[in-house]
Design a protein around this ligand. Structure first.
Ligand code: TRP
Length: 369
């Protein structure tokens, strides 16, 4: 059985089972159609089922159609360099921002990472800055995007966080996250901080807009606990759209983690590093020899280069051709790896340019009360 919560993702995740276990809903064709209509096309991460589930999305879209625009909320736990999995959620979030022309509230949980990681406060501040550069590089609209830096915006967040905290018990947190009596007391409180941005914009402006949270599904447990609390405090429960976890280079199990740089492509990796990592570490669904491969073909279902191309090759026809050629044995492992290397390097070249330019732009994105 796979383990999946904000602090642990292990094993091969069965997403259908997760839907049942978490009590979330699969994205239905009519919901996809509504987003497609608005956007004039459907994002490849939705088409391919990488964003696959939701809570109350129909309600958020209904409100939007009535003229009550939702705001988006997502976040980043700054504990180290970011990898392609983080960027995936944000690329999709940008598409939502552009499609619906809405605000994005972006939380940087330096408190969380200080409490959970074996790093100093100053180290976490350094990573907060570095990670903000990556977020800006995604291309969010600075006029509609507001960064919340937990320890810096504590003055507006803390009064709301204690209201949330008062309605959640220690035993709820313990069982949701597998904590024990030896967890530090800050980590027990933390879920309340992650809940606040789901309604803070409405408190600040005395409004009652819906909130839509795009996230990796491992973050759902925080909101599973706190959605009811948010409602008890007089706000709408936030809607959520869930993404699957991008698998690590070494195989389709678990999720990518920056703590294991061999298994993840970092946003700052140069073209040589990308090439080396993929050639050396990407788990292959190919056969042991060229002869065998030509004869039997590869298995795209477990082949990490193919699985990752679903994120980076936007053209459905091209992706299908790669799938079929690889499966039939016409395309070799070295060839599919090279296609992925080129795709990722092209993506990162653009990202890194914008990331450099972001160094002068942090202030533009910071929320100012
Ligand atoms: N806890 C998340 C992490 O560790 C960061 C985060 C904060 C977040 N608020 C969020 C992620 C809302 C998704 C949605 O990365």
């Amino acid at each position: 059985m796979a383990t999946i919560n904000p602090y642990e993702v292990e094993g091969l995740i069965d997403y259908d089972r997760l839907i049942a276990e978490f009590g979330i809903k699969k994205l239905t064709p009519d919901l996809l159609e509504r987003m497609k209509k608005k956007a004039g096309g459907i994002h490849h991460l939705l088409r391919r089922g990488i964003f696959f589930a939701h809570r109350d999305l129909k309600w958020a879209l209904d409100e939007y159609d009535k003229g009550n625009k939702f705001f988006l909320y997502t976040g980043c736990g700054p504990s180290g360099p970011l990898h392609l999995g983080h960027l995936t959620t944000w690329v999709f979030t940008k598409w939502l921002q552009d499609t619906f022309d809405v605000e994005l509230w972006f939380q940087f949980t330096d408190d969380e990472k200080f409490l959970f990681k074996n790093k100093t406060y100053d180290e976490i501040q350094k990573w907060t800055y570095e990670n903000m550069l990556d977020a800006i590089a995604i291309g969010f609209d600075p006029k509609k995007t507001f960064f919340l830096h937990d320890t810096k915006h504590a003055g507006i967040m803390y009064p709301e966080a204690i209201k949330v905290a008062k309605k959640i018990t220690f035993s709820t947190i313990k069982s949701a996250f597998g904590f024990t009596d030896s967890n530090n007391i800050g980590s027990i409180f933390y879920t309340s901080m992650q809940t606040v941005p789901a309604f803070l914009p409405n408190v600040l402006r005395n409004e009652k807009r819906p909130c839509l949270i795009p996230l990796g599904v491992d973050q759902d447990p925080h909101f599973r606990i706190s959605r009811d609390v948010v409602e008890k405090l007089g706000h709408h429960k936030p809607a959520i759209i869930h993404g699957k976890m991008m698998c690590p280079l070494e195989g389709a199990q678990g999720k990518m983690a920056s703590t294991d740089p061999d298994k993840a492509i970092l946003t700052t990796d140069n073209p040589e590093m990308v090439k080396k990592k993929i050639n050396k570490h990407a788990f292959s669904g190919g056969q042991v020899s060229i002869e065998e491969h030509r004869k039997l073909g590869g298995n795209p279902d477990i082949d990490v280069p193919y699985l990752w191309l679903q994120y980076f090759e936007e053209d459905d026809a091209k992706l299908k051709q790669i799938h079929d050629d690889y499966k039939s044995g016409k395309m070799l492992t070295g060839e599919i790896k090279q296609i992925l290397i080129d795709k990722i390097n092209a993506f990162l070249a653009e990202h890194q340019k914008r990331r450099e330019a972001a160094k002068k732009r942090i202030d533009e994105f910071m929320y100012k009360p």
